[in-house]
Design a protein. Structure first.
Length: 57
């Protein structure tokens, strides 16, 4: 089995559509991303996500 030598860290902005956001997080998890950072950028869409719910998965 292939073992990745480096850790993979991804930054993603908040997305307005919750289904797309959930799909993105699921795919990053399937790709064994070590760290997923979620935050705001200059062009981030306004959203109403619960930070506690994001942490609980």
């Amino acid at each position: 089995m292939y073992q990745r030598q480096n850790s993979l860290k991804i930054f993603v902005p908040y997305l307005r559509e919750k289904n797309r956001f959930r799909f993105l997080i699921e795919k990053l998890t399937e790709l064994n991303v070590n760290e997923i950072h979620i935050g705001m950028t200059k062009n981030t869409q306004n959203t109403n996500y619960s930070k506690q719910r994001l942490k609980s998965g």
